[in-house]
Write a protein that binds this ligand. Structure first.
Ligand SMILES: Nc1ncnc2c1ncn2[C@@H]1O[C@H](COP(=O)(O)OP(=O)(O)OP(=O)(O)O)[C@@H](O)[C@H]1O
Ligand SMILES: [Mg+2]
Length: 334
């Protein structure tokens, strides 16, 4: 894939997202590694203040749960039409069982390393009729032996991948990102990283990194105008030896930096309902399009549309290939 010239899938007056592309997407295998979590939502009414403490009592009538973090990236790979295998560390607990069931239901293959001392990351939201009342996080860092098992599993299966995605939520799963990047690159696999933290040196040599604005400013500092952002982004891209860097900028769309210079993609969403999880959809879409040989420019146009579809949806951040294709062709609003 790397040796052939990138194809202009989206060039011309109407984007060509035809059956042939879909077939290539369907054969594509993306290995996703990173921090997984379960997002849980409890909805209810508030009718009184607790007699035990001055806090509202939420009478729960409904609940919902969703795979989050790297698990949401993997789910988006599948909903966009590709095949995904998820590698992560979980605990030996009910949260991990629920995560596995959700992944099975979504058609995501998984190889989860179990750390018996770890509590699987869980984000529990309690929502009243008008607002979120409380969020409760269970979050621990995986042990060294569990990370070792996860790396060993990765080295066993990464040869079967067309693309590798590292989904870093800063919770410890990618403490050894440098080794994961190097191993995949030695095999000639593209590695796309959704980054976190102040220091990106572990991502050096990856193919692409996709910080959002806040993540970008954490690593390069603030910028006073877009020219300064572009300078800093080019500097970071050179320093990390990336083929491409994409800064996702919420309502301002995206900026792509590559050897061809800077490409600006204005945001495409017409209506915005729920911005959470758009970043997961974006990196899944980039992985899919890069995997089928699209140019970076086309991959970013597709991913920007996918992000636009994602934020136009309430309560789900999973996007289908056909929704993105329709959105790009202007036949449907999100
Ligand atoms: N308010 C918005 N209006 C239009 N498009 C949006 C908006 N927010 C996000 N998007 C789309 O989603 C993409 C990714 O959003 P963003 O830059 O917020 O990523 P993120 O912060 O990593 O997301 P998250 O962490 O919430 O998953 C944007 O580049 C854009 O295409
Ligand atoms: Mg993000």
């Amino acid at each position: 894939m790397k040796s052939s010239a990138p194809s202009r899938i989206l060039s011309g007056p109407v984007p060509v997202l035809d059956a042939a592309i879909r077939e290539r997407v369907a054969r594509l295998h993306v290995v996703v590694v990173g921090d997984v979590m379960l997002d849980e939502y409890w909805f209810g009414d508030v009718r009184r203040i607790s007699p035990e403490a001055p806090v509202p009592v939420v009478h729960v009538s409904r609940s919902d749960e969703r795979p989050g973090g790297a698990a949401n990236v993997a789910r988006n790979i599948v909903s966009l039409g590709g095949r995904a295998t998820l590698l992560a560390v979980v605990g030996a607990d009910a949260t991990a069982d629920r995560l596995r069931r959700a992944l099975d239901g979504a058609g995501v293959r998984h190889r989860l390393s179990v750390d018996p001392a770890l509590r699987t990351t869980l984000k529990l939201r309690v929502l009243g009729p008008h607002q979120q009342m409380l969020r409760i996080d269970f979050e621990e860092r995986p042990s060294a032996p569990a990370l070792q098992a996860n790396s060993a599993e990765y080295e066993r299966i990464v040869g079967e991948a067309d693309v590798v995605v590292l989904s870093d939520y800063g919770k410890g799963a990618l403490a050894r990102a440098a080794g994961l990047v190097a191993f995949a690159r030695r095999l000639g696999k593209p590695v796309l990283v959704d980054p976190k933290g102040r220091d990106y040196s572990d991502y050096a040599g990856a193919t692409m990194v996709t910080p959002n604005r806040a993540e970008m400013s954490e690593v390069v500092g603030s910028w006073s105008d877009l020219a300064e952002l572009d300078d800093k982004a080019e500097g970071l891209r050179a320093q990390l030896r990336l083929e491409a860097l994409v800064v996702t900028m919420s309502e301002q769309g995206m900026r792509l930096y590559s050897q061809d210079g800077v490409v600006r993609q204005p945001a495409r969403a017409q209506e915005v309902f729920d911005v959470s999880g758009a970043g997961d959809t974006v990196i899944a879409a980039l992985a899919i399009m890069h995997g089928v040989g699209a140019s970076w420019e086309d991959a970013v146009a597709f991913a920007n549309a996918a992000g636009g579809v994602a934020v136009g949806k309430l309560g789900t951040s999973v996007v289908q290939f056909d929704e993105v294709a329709a959105f790009l062709q202007g036949t449907s609003s999100p």
